[in-house]
Structure formats: structure tokens, C-alpha cells
Design a binder for this molecule. Structure first.
Ligand code: NZQ
Ligand code: ZN
Length: 386
């Protein structure tokens, strides 16, 4: 086993932690840009808390509101221009993963003389970045503790990422009570995203990963236990807190240690997200059982057995393929019955018009896949999920 693991993100976790954001950011500068989405942070008090704390610490701020779910590169360009024109010294993302990702790209684009999309196409152009602080309001992407940001180019329909260690947040404020107002549909999609990040790592050809397999199983069990509770009881702090703390560990590199990191599901989902403005976690949940059925074989069945037994408590004495099939059915029950995620791509507005282009975009990403899929197999999978 051989790997590097370095996640220099300070986390402040718990109710009320964002009250201190002003004094935490102050050593980095006195002029901030707050990046946020629609009106959720105005409705649930996050905006008031952050701005009151900045005011108290003597930090001025500018704002970039209106960041879209699946943030567009146009928002990044807009934010970078504000930073350049006003001498912004630090960026605060207040919202879900889309705000955090957009803010990451802004932090890099603020020091780049050209269109921000260049930084997506060529990550080595990120040489310097403004310091980023995160006030998270949705447990899903793990962007609060990783180095990547996913951006969409509406002209070319490409959904891809900026990425650099320079884009790791300096401090992430994780207050689970801020997620009380996340609607059921987004809670389900966010939980499915955490789940998907974990299985991307768990279903991997490396075999000497006993420790991180156990961590991954714990994250998966956390999603299965608390996702449905958070949907039924949005203000259940135990459920929200466990989901919020599980989320970054699904993607910050810990459970990837020693693995090949195929990330097939995301490779299949992002081209769909480029063409259709869908909710990321819903796309992943819909694709997962189809992907599972495609990759189940004599070679992979052992992994499905561990998954079925250790995540869903399936009887280990059964035939391995029976366990595997029961595990896939349990996954479907979790996503589609308990969390009420739509079951098909059609239900979320995707049709078959662009399967060819989508598969073309996904195919090169299969290089390190657990089970590589050809372009034709990818189209078959999309068709099955339709
Ligand atoms: O815009 P507002 O009004 O804030 O509403 C948002 C948005 O409509 C709402 N919301 C967020 N927090 C809320 C809330 N509503 C009420 N109360 C709250 N506390 O939820 C909606 C979705 O928000 P968004 O930020 O888009 O969701 P999510 O966190 O799932 O982020 C999705 C984006 O992250 C990317 C996805 O591709 C997608 O673009 N990803 C980023 C990753 C990363 N950086 O590491 C990895 C992921 O795999 C993923 O690709
Ligand atoms: Zn994801």
C-alpha cells in the first residue's frame, strides 16, 4: 500500500460555530466576498449570522448571490471580476456544494488573467488562490473538505472540475442545525451523494484495504440509518450531525488510501449533468443499481458479499450471488422506497437524445474503473436507467 494523505482543513463543528467566523477570517484580510445561492441562507438565518460576525470583527464584505445548483462558469467569471475590481482578500462560501465549488473556482480565477474555464481545462494553471472559508448548509458533496470544485460550461455542456491543493478550505464551519431546512428531496439526494462517493471507493480492485473498507462501511451504514430519519424528522440533530460529519470523509481521500479510485458512477453521471440540469445525487442513485448489476460477476461477487453483510446485515451463510442480489435490492429499497428518490432518468427529465455524446464523454474516464465499461456498455446502462 502506498499513498499520500494531506487534508489541511480546520473543521469547527456544532451548533453556533459560525458565530465566530468574523474573528476566524480576520487574520486573512478585511475584505471578503460572500458567495451564496438562492434565498435559503436568508430564510434560515445563516446570512444574518455570518454578516453580524463579520461586522463585529470589522471585516467588510461584497456579495455574489444567485449561484446556481450545478454552478455555471459564468458565475465564476462574475465572482472573479468582483474580487479583482475590489481587492477582495478572502472568500466565504455559504450554502451547499454548488456554492462551495463556485467559490473554489473564484478563489483561483481571482489570480488568473483569462476566462475561468481555462482553469477547468488545465488544472496546472492554478498557481495561487484566495483563502476560502465555508459555512456549509447541506450534507452531500464533501466539498467542504476536499480540493475540487465541479463547474458546468453551459455552452459546451461539459461538466468538469477545478482542482488544486490550493483550493482546500482554510476553515469549514459545519453546523448541523443549518441543515434542518434542507427539503426532503435535497436531503435524499445529498445522502445518495455521500453514499455514492463511498461506494466509488469501496468497489475497487485493491484488496489490502481492510481498514478503509471498514471506515467506508461505517459511512454507508450512517447513510442507511440516518438518511431516512433526516427526511422524516428534518430537525433531528443526531441524524443531521451524523450525516454532516460522514459526508467529508467519503471524499476527502481517507477512504481512497491505497486504492485505484475508478469513480465510475460519477464518470457516468457528470455527462448527464452537463446536458440536463439534474440534481447530482438523484442521477447517481438512479444509475447505481444498474451499474451494480452490470459489474456483478465471479470476480466481483466477494465485494458485494462484504457490502451486503456489513452494510445491510444480510445473512452471511447464504450463497454469495444470493447475498449480492439481496444487497442490490436493499440498495434500491433504501434509495427509492425509504428516501423516495425517483427511480428512472425519465422521471428527472432525461431522454435518450444525447446518450451517444454522453457515453463518448464518459468512456475515457473508465481507465481506472473497477470494471471498465465500453462506450456501448455505457449506452446500454443509460438505456436501462431510462
Ligand atoms: O440556492 P439555495 O437557495 O441555497 O438552495 C439550495 C439549492 O436549491 C438548497 N439548499 C442548500 N442548503 C439549504 C438549501 N435549502 C434549504 N435549506 C438549506 N440549508 O439545495 C439546493 C441544492 O444545493 P446544491 O449546493 O446544488 O447541492 P449540493 O450540495 O448537492 O451540490 C451539488 C453540486 O456539487 C457537485 C455536483 O456536481 C453539483 O454541481 N459536486 C461537488 C463535489 C466536490 N466538490 O467535491 C463532488 C460531488 O461528487 C459533486 O459532483
Ligand atoms: Zn458526488
Amino acid at each position: 500500500m502506498k499513498f499520500n494523505f494531506h487534508v489541511p482543513v480546520a473543521v469547527r463543528f456544532g451548533k453556533g460555530v459560525a458565530n465566530e467566523i468574523g474573528s476566524v477570517v480576520k487574520p486573512y484580510g478585511s475584505k471578503a466576498l460572500i458567495v451564496y445561492g438562492g434565498s435559503s441562507i436568508k430564510r434560515n438565518g445563516v446570512y444574518d449570522t455570518v454578516t453580524a460576525s463579520l461586522r463585529e470583527a470589522g471585516v467588510e464584505w461584497l456579495e455574489l448571490p444567485g449561484v446556481e445548483p450545478n454552478p455555471k462558469v459564468t458565475s465564476v467569471d462574475k465572482g472573479a471580476a468582483i474580487c479583482k475590481e475590489n481587492g477582495v482578500e478572502l472568500v466565504i462560501a455559504a450554502g451547499g456544494g454548488s456554492c462551495v465549488d463556485c467559490a473554489k473556482a473564484i478563489c483561483a480565477a481571482a489570480f488568473y488573467d483569462g476566462p475561468a474555464w481555462d482553469l477547468v481545462e488545465n488544472r496546472s494553471l492554478v498557481k495561487k488562490a484566495l483563502p476560502l472559508f465555508v459555512v456549509l448548509t447541506l450534507a452531500a458533496t464533501g466539498s467542504e473538505m476536499d480540493s475540487g470544485g465541479i463547474i458546468t460550461n453551459p455552452e459546451t455542456k461539459v461538466k468538469s472540475g477545478v482542482g488544486s491543493p490550493l483550493l482546500m478550505p482554510k476553515v469549514s464551519f459545519l453546523d448541523p442545525t443549518y441543515t434542518f431546512t434542507v427539503p426532503a428531496r435535497q436531503t435524499a439526494a445529498g445522502t445518495a451523494d455521500i453514499f455514492a462517493h463511498t461506494i466509488e471507493n469501496y468497489f475497487d480492485s485493491a484488496t489490502d484495504t481492510y481498514f478503509v473498507d471498514g471506515v467506508a462501511e461505517s459511512i454507508l451504514r450512517t447513510c442507511v440509518k440516518y438518511g431516512p430519519i433526516a427526511i422524516r424528522e428534518p430537525e433531528n440533530e443526531e441524524a443531521r450531525a451524523n450525516l454532516m460529519w460522514a459526508s467529508p470523509w467519503a471524499i476527502n481521500g481517507l477512504i481512497s488510501c491505497g486504492r485505484n479510485e475508478g469513480w465510475t458512477l460519477h464518470g457516468l453521471q457528470h455527462p448527464i449533468g452537463g446536458w440536463y440540469d439534474i440534481t447530482h445525487g438523484e442521477g447517481l442513485a438512479i444509475l447505481t443499481p444498474h451499474w451494480f448489476r452490470k459489474i456483478l460477476s465471479e470476480k466481483t461477487v466477494g465485494k458485494f458479499v462484504s457490502y451486503g453483510v456489513n452494510v445491510f446485515g444480510i445473512d452471511p451463510s447464504l450463497d454469495p450471488f444470493e447475498i449480492a442480489n439481496k444487497a442490490i435490492e436493499a440498495t434500491e429499497d433504501f434509495f427509492f422506497n425509504q428516501m423516495k428518490i425517483p427511480r428512472t432518468l425519465s422521471e428527472i427529465g432525461v431522454d435518450d437524445k444525447h446518450f451517444e455524446e454522453m457515453a463518448q464523454a464518459a468512456a475515457p474516464g473508465m481507465a481506472r474503473a473497477y470494471v471498465p465499461l465500453s462506450k456501448e456498455e455505457i449506452i446500454e446502462l443509460y438505456r436501462a436507467a431510462l
